[in-house]
Design a protein around this ligand. Structure first.
Ligand code: ADP
Length: 445
């Protein structure tokens, strides 16, 4: 294997093209967020509502009881540990459950309860005495479809008569067979084939059509057109629901094709802030000293979990090897991993099997760190031009909303150049970043 000194050179040469990681797709980033998150993201913002007929009443509920759900479905909701509806659910659910059915476009950041909302609403519309598909839920990828399907199955835990069928790669049906399950969860291409090409079910009998992750859908090759082709064959009175984490013209243009006369609801993303974050820096001479400092910190920090950001994949794997050799249990997440490997790493970290996750910038975009207490910038975030990347710094360190736990950020500085970068960051946010003695990290607790 290569010597560590060689790797140090690579890291000094920050931003070098050869060390850049492959881009991770929008679908994969979205999946990573889902896997890593174990809790609802709360919001202090208000839901904004837009509808054509401003006189039509709009209800909002504060409890699941008020929705008059099927008791077995309600039981499933409580069994999932949901006590009350999330912000977006308070407004979305009464409208989605109302009769006659109304179409909806809903946008809020990931983690705010959209999936739970459309799963609950669509399961409520299933007539389980009938054995044919009544609900289609479209997801952008195989993994996202399975993820949504597993939420739906959990919620339908006490509804024995509701059955699910995955329309994803690897699932085959023999010619002439008819699907008897009431809920189909799948990807656009496969659903299109099953519905239009092979006619494994009667698409005209679909009562609820859900398009999840519309923004990821249009970012994925072919999905836009396939979704529209499926949609075209649906009956006029099928209820259409479209969900998206982001809201821009492209998403709205797509949404307007799929969802006619919608109620549009939005929950604006809460700004990330550095309130409640204690920020420090440690001065080190080189990468080995950075490693020692990190190792000391690791020994001291007993609270919660940490994420360590490195600039390149090589630094990340070097660091992970060294920490592992010292007997620490660390997880390494980098862009070269296969999707399933990446998920395995995230699952283990979420379950607390490792306390430290070492990662690179590319992966960082798929990580919401609200449950992580310590963030270490082994390398400071810089942009292409080598300037301090304040936005990335905020995304790594910051928390959304007033609900975020108190956090700790530690920056490794290895010379005047990085110290200057850190000063730019401190000035940009108007906050002090305090110097920490590498040998004496006790003072941070
Ligand atoms: P989104 O689809 O917007 O990303 P999810 O529906 O996946 O959000 O919800 C995010 C997390 O919050 C999940 O872990 C989910 O189980 C949980 N959750 C959803 N709704 C509630 C609720 N009403 N109460 C508590 N937790 C919830």
């Amino acid at each position: 294997s290569t010597s560590s000194s060689e790797k140090i050179n690579v890291s000094k040469n920050e931003g070098a093209g050869e060390t850049e990681e492959p881009e991770i797709s929008a679908a994969e980033l979205s999946l990573m967020k889902k896997i890593l998150r174990s809790k609802l993201i709360k919001s202090t913002n208000d839901v904004e509502v837009q509808r054509n007929d401003p006189n039509s009443p709009l209800y909002s509920v504060k409890s699941f009881e008020e929705l008059n759900l099927n008791p077995n479905l309600l039981k499933g909701v409580y069994a999932m540990g949901f006590n009350s509806p999330s912000k977006i659910q308070e407004t979305a659910l009464p409208t989605l459950l109302a009769d006659p059915p109304q179409n909806m476009i809903a946008q809020s950041q990931s983690g705010t309860g959209k999936t739970a909302a459309f799963v609950l609403a669509s399961l409520s519309r299933v007539d389980s005495s009938k054995s044919f598909p009544q609900v289609i839920i479209l997801s952008p990828t195989y993994e996202l479809a399975l993820q949504t399907g597993s939420v739906a199955k959990q919620m339908a835990k006490y509804c024995d008569d509701i059955k699910f069928r995955f329309a994803v790669r690897g699932e085959e049906i023999s010619k002439g067979e008819k699907i008897t399950e009431q809920v189909i969860v799948g990807t656009p291409g496969k659903v299109m084939d099953w519905a239009l090409r092979y006619r494994f079910f009667d698409i005209q009998k679909i009562r609820v059509f859900v398009l999840d992750e519309a923004d990821v859908m249009i970012a994925t090759q072919g999905h836009h057109d396939q979704s529209i082709r499926v949609h075209k064959q649906l009956s006029k009175d099928c209820q259409m629901m479209l969900f998206s984490a982001t809201y821009d013209q492209e998403v709205m243009d797509f949404a307007e094709i799929i969802v006619s006369n919608p109620v549009i609801i939005r929950l604006r993303k809460e700004e990330e802030s550095l309130d409640n974050i204690k920020q420090f820096y440690v001065v080190c001479k080189n990468m080995d000293e950075k490693f020692s400092a990190l190792s000391n910190i690791y020994g001291v920090i007993s609270i919660g979990q940490a994420i360590v950001f490195c600039h390149t994949r090589r630094t990340a794997s070097w660091l992970s090897e060294k920490l592992t050799k010292e007997g620490h249990a660390v997880a390494l997440l980098s862009g070269d991993l296969q999707v399933d490997q990446r998920l395995a790493v995230l699952n283990r970290f979420r379950d607390g099997k490792e306390k430290v996750l070492i990662t690179t910038n590319v992966c960082a975009r798929g990580i919401d760190i609200d449950q992580v207490t310590v963030v270490v910038n082994f390398d400071l975030p810089i942009d292409q031009a080598g300037r301090a990347d304040c936005e990335t710094y905020l995304h790594r360190i910051g928390r959304t909303g007033r609900f975020g736990k108190v956090g700790l950020a530690i920056n490794m500085v290895d010379g005047p150049r990085t110290l200057a970068l850190l000063k730019q960051i401190a000035d940009h946010f108007g906050r002090n970043i305090l110097k920490l003695d590498a040998e004496d990290v006790d003072e941070i607790e």
